[in-house]
Design a protein around this ligand. Structure first.
Ligand code: UT7
Length: 326
């Protein structure tokens, strides 16, 4: 029994924040962002009354309507997010309520940019246990809610969006074939949201010092992302006797085109098989891989060998080998 993705939904907000507009807001240029990161524009959820759940709801509604699935048939909903509407209740429970998912366990999974791949691995294990038959895995982020738009080292990098997949059992030789997931908590200090949790609850001081927005030591994160994403992708290929020419699609987390390039070189997969949409969405953290699936779904064929790989705060990273199911 395998777990297979049987549908993909997605949503990005309408507002397009271009490099040009950013360069009017802070000391940066289109040239710097394009050459150092590969981003041209990103989507921003402008309405301050709307949160991450709004993006998740839109993606799940798209998924349910495309697959003809009744919300009451969903048994498990996992939402990978670092920008939940609240610390509690979970974003997953809000999304479930708004789309009519009433017969499910729903929870958030906090693994930053690896939230979706951690969620899909968890869903695959739940399907293989034979306890669950219909699972929704979401990656949803309103990254703009944790950005300091005075900080040129982080503000250009991130965007908002959500993607969702339906995961079901199959007896065919398709679906999630293998995964490798890893965590190294020692890396936590390099990429974090310092305040707002129990270690440093919100106070006037935390607001004054901008501690509720992303803190990132870019170079340290870059170095680790390059080595771990490349290595785990190569490892899952080795483990499953996959050569570069066996891979139909490589779908890396969209944080930096230079990190993607390093992964491509390490795996030997040719560039025309690499899914890249960073130029139009930026880094949407947990939403980046499901948004790639959403963008590329029409190009996939049943049986295609696909590698998903992500790296993010924690540090958390991993790779999934799947055979596309439809
Ligand atoms: O998604 C989860 C994990 N996150 C990541 O994977 C992100 C990993 N890190 C990165 O992608 C890169 O480290 C960044 C894109 C964040 C930064 O790129 P970099 O090539 O590592 O640049 P840097 O931090 O070494 O900075 C180089 C220069 C500095 O100027 P000086 O000190 O050399 O004069 C920065 O101040 O670039 C400057 N700089 C900028 N210049 C124009 C930094 N940000 C900007 C900017 N515009 N937006």
């Amino acid at each position: 029994m395998n777990a297979v993705i049987t549908g993909v939904g997605g949503y990005v907000p309408e507002y397009v924040l271009t490099n040009r507009e950013l360069s009017q807001m802070m000391d940066t240029t289109d040239e710097w962002i394009t050459t150092r990161v590969g981003i041209k524009e990103r989507r921003i959820l402008k309405d301050e009354n709307l949160a991450t759940s709004h993006l998740g709801v839109k993606a799940v509604e798209d998924l349910l309507s495309k697959t003809g699935t009744k919300p009451e048939d969903i048994e498990l909903l996992i939402c990978g997010t670092s920008t939940p509407d609240h610390i509690f209740p979970s974003c997953a429970s809000t999304i479930a309520d708004r789309v009519g998912i009433k017969n499910a366990m729903a929870y958030d999974l906090q693994a930053a940019c690896s939230g979706f791949v951690f969620g899909l691995s968890t869903a695959a294990t739940a399907i293989e246990s034979r306890r669950y038959k219909k699972i929704v895995v979401i990656g949803a982020e309103k990254m703009s809610s944790i950005i300091n738009y005075n900080d040129r080292t982080t503000a250009p990098l991130f965007g908002d969006g959500a993607g969702a997949v339906l995961v079901e059992p199959t007896t065919e030789n398709v679906g999630v074939m293998d995964f490798i997931m890893r965590t190294n908590g020692a890396g936590g200090k390099h990429l974090q949201l310092k305040a707002g949790g129990s270690a440093m609850p919100a106070s006037h001081q935390t607001v004054d010092e901008n501690l509720h927005t992303i803190y990132q030591e870019g170079r340290a994160v870059f170095k680790n992302a390059v080595s771990e994403m490349s290595e785990v992708s190569a490892e899952i290929m080795r483990k499953n006797s996959l050569k570069s020419e066996d891979i139909n699609w490589l779908i890396p987390h969209q944080a930096n085109l230079r990190i993607i390039d390093a992964t491509v070189q390490r795996t030997g997969v040719s560039y025309d098989k690499v899914v890249v949409n960073i130029e139009k969405y930026g880094n949407t953290s947990g939403a980046s891989i499901p948004l790639c699936l959403w963008d590329m779904e029409k190009n996939f064929k049943k049986g295609d060998n696909i590698i998903l790989t992500a790296f993010g705060a924690g540090f958390n990273w991993g790779a999934i080998y799947l055979k596309w199911g439809y």
